[in-house]
Design a binder for this molecule. Structure first.
Ligand code: IPE
Ligand code: IPE
Ligand code: MG
Length: 250
């Protein structure tokens, strides 16, 4: 099929096709530019971006995606204006409040990764609440990264391992890849198979630094508020042809 990811209007089957990609991680970038292009405030782009997540969440299980991990706010995003940061935190809280029933009905298990200590206590409570409420769901595992940074996560895991070792809760054997991985925020998640970044930027911006060591990457110029389930289907379709060797030889 003559498809490039720069042509999202091209259609591919979306529903009922298992593309064999179990864990998709998305760096949802480009909300600000999407709004600025229209002469709108950046928050309008973030609101539209949150709407997009809903569509992707609804469509993903029918494409065979069982794990969806999305980057919503990085440890570096605090550098933005107070208005934008508070606006984003409000969008996250509203998303949880308004979507809770639908997520539960869709069979979505929701989790969060990132350092929670710096978040507003009401938002942190909403996050724990929906994690508990959806803990029994299995159709789709949706993980949202809020105040997440790969380096921050690794530093926290290393500190935890050091404390556990000092207290005797960890042994020599835990001073290993497995011992560190068990202390990451992603302990319950498989590694991502595919990381998609929207908006044309070709960097990882501190997302899943440890977990994506062998992930495939796909960069699309589409701004996140324009990203559709159809484009996701096209990307997954293309992924099927890639040979993943994990360091082995042919
Ligand atoms: C991604 O969109 C969302 C967040 C980082 C919170 P941006 O806000 O980074 O959008 P651009 O990159 O400025 O267009
Ligand atoms: C990465 O996007 C973080 C999120 C999508 C939440 P940024 O827009 O913050 O990344 P940089 O600054 O372009 O690297
Ligand atoms: Mg950006």
């Amino acid at each position: 099929m003559a498809f490039t990811t720069s042509d999202p209007s091209d259609r591919a089957p979306v529903s009922g096709v298992d593309y064999g990609v179990g864990h998709v991680a998305i760096i949802m970038d480009g909300n600000g530019r999407w709004a600025t292009n229209r002469g709108w405030p950046r928050l309008a782009g973030h609101r539209k971006g949150a709407e997009r997540i809903k569509e992707i969440v609804r469509a993903a299980p029918d494409m065979g995606v069982r794990w969806l991990t999305v980057y919503a706010f990085s440890t570096e995003n605090w550098k933005r204006s107070t208005e934008e940061v508070l606006g984003l935190m409000g969008i996250f809280a509203r998303y949880i409040e308004r979507e809770a029933d639908e997520l539960a009905a869709l069979g979505v298990r929701m989790r969060f990764i990132g350092e929670r200590g710096r978040l507003d206590s009401r938002l942190a409570r909403l996050m724990s609440g929906i994690e508990e409420r959806t803990a029994g769901n299995t159709r789709l595992n949706l993980t949202v990264a809020i105040n997440y940074g790969g380096r921050n996560e690794l530093a926290r895991a290393a500190a935890r391992l050091a404390r556990d070792f000092a207290s005797g809760a960890a042994t020599e054997e835990d001073l290993s890849e497995a011992g560190l991985a068990a202390r990451l925020d992603t302990v319950a998640l498989p590694d991502p198979d595919l990381v998609i970044r929207t908006s044309g930027e070709t960097r990882t911006s501190n997302f899943l630094a440890w977990q994506a060591a062998y992930a495939e990457y796909e960069f699309t110029p589409t701004l996140w508020p324009d990203f559709t389930p159809q484009e996701l289907a096209h990307i997954l379709d293309g992924f099927g042809g890639r040979e993943r060797r994990f360091g082995g030889a042919k």
